[in-house]
Design a protein around this ligand. Structure first.
Ligand code: PMP
Length: 387
């Protein structure tokens, strides 16, 4: 909230009140909220959204199911979201090579809320979580918000996880929660199952430790899902979302798959009726159209591969991408390059990884606009902006 808005209510009494004057928790003082810029430019390729609007028959089906749900809005929603969890389990079983049921699945408002519930349950004051950075910045922010200590673990220079160093860091820090993001954001690369297993074993060796595999971009990967790894590993959790592959970022629906005991554990912290009837109805409608939506995923994967080849053809370096975005570089000053691409009407993301930027895969026309911009930039500078 801007302090202007806040102060406007009582501007005569406390004219200079700012966030710093408020008695907020010490660990929040001086911090910034998560915020990818939302700029009004012709081509926005900065938040890894799916560029395709939902198909019209699905929009109709959502309207139908929501109309039905509206008739019961005087009542609280199904607190346990059983029908939705059953359908999510069916989807995972069908696409991820491992059978799960509703008891293995839990859903919340975006996978961010799933991750928050996991940290509220398994992290918290006096406990720590580790992630291997650069990775999804919200892991550290949700840790902060839940009072969980954050440990930044190592990677190789090529951004793959340095397994030996990571296991050593786990052994030294004995974290309560380990985050693995596959495919990783912002670098794009998937993590091998063997790496996840090595981290899981290293973590359990120092005490019972929750290992969260964040597979938000799993559907875009060249690799199979890591879901089968939950078998026989009660502290392994897979987190997924409908924001990316299902093209439904506005829906806010994320979910996890794990041992039923983990699902029982998060019940201790979830707010009652956290998932509205409207959300549940909409997500169920989207799941009825899974095959159509996964067709868009295939188009996006083909476009990604085309963009990777084109970027390499121009002369840029690209990190191996299993996601619907691509990390490219390398630049002496990535922020200047970010601005120059923006000057061409294309918004990409500067994730603060020195030398690199990230572009989401859009429609073919958006991707062409992006490639045109970076091609022009390369020509203008004859490659001298690349390090
Ligand atoms: N995990 C990763 C790796 C992400 O990149 C994102 C979104 N950018 C999320 C989780 C959260 O997605 P949502 O809350 O929309 O499900």
């Amino acid at each position: 909230m801007s302090t202007e808005n806040f102060a406007a209510a009582d501007v005569t009494e406390v004219p200079d009140l700012t966030l710093d004057d408020l008695p907020i928790r010490d660990e929040l003082k001086g911090q910034s909220p998560y915020g990818a810029p939302q700029l009004d430019v012709p081509v926005r390729l900065n938040t890894n959204e799916n560029p395709y609007p939902l198909p019209e028959p699905l929009v109709e089906r959502i309207a139908e199911r929501v109309r039905e749900a509206a008739r019961g809005l005087n009542r609280y929603p199904d607190r346990d979201a059983v029908e939705l969890r059953t359908e999510l389990a069916r989807y995972l079983t069908r696409t991820c090579g491992h059978e799960v049921g509703a008891a293995n699945v839990w859903a919340a408002n975006g996978s961010n809320e799933v991750l928050q519930q996991l940290l509220q349950t398994f992290g918290g004051p006096g406990r720590t979580a580790i992630g291997f950075e650069p990775s999804y910045s919200m892991h550290a922010l949700i840790a902060r918000g839940t009072g969980t200590g954050w440990i930044s673990g190592p990677r190789h220079d090529d951004f793959t996880i340095d397994v030996d160093a990571a296991c050593a860091s786990i052994a030294a820090n004995a974290p309560d929660v380990v985050f693995v993001t596959s495919p990783n954001n912002p670098t794009g690369t998937a993590v091998e199952a063997d790496t996840v297993l090595a981290l899981y074993d290293a973590a359990q060796a120092v005490g019972p430790t929750l290992v969260v595999v964040d597979e938000a971009y799993g559907e875009f990967s060249h690799h199979a899902s890591l879901l089968p790894l939950i078998a026989g590993r009660p502290l392994m959790v897979l987190s997924r979302t409908m924001s990316k592959a299902f093209g439904a970022a506005g829906l806010r629906l994320g979910y996890l798959a794990a041992h039923p005991a983990v699902v029982d554990a998060v019940q201790l912290v979830r707010l009652p009726y956290h998932l509205s009837s409207v959300t549940q109805a909409t997500a169920l409608a989207a799941l009825e159209h899974t095959d159509t939506l996964l067709g868009y995923v295939q188009q996006l994967k083909d476009e990604r591969d085309r963009m990777v080849a084109a970027l390499r053809g121009i002369g840029y370096e690209v990190t191996e991408s299993d996601a619907n975005f691509i990390q490219f570089g390398r630049f002496e000053d990535s922020h200047t390059v970010w601005q120059r691409i923006l000057d061409h009407g294309v918004l990409v993301r500067d994730n603060g990884v020195p030398g690199w930027l990230r572009v989401s895969v859009g429609t073919p026309a958006e991707n062409d606009a992006f490639l045109e911009a970076v091609r022009a930039l390369f020509r203008e500078t004859q490659g001298e902006i690349t390090a």
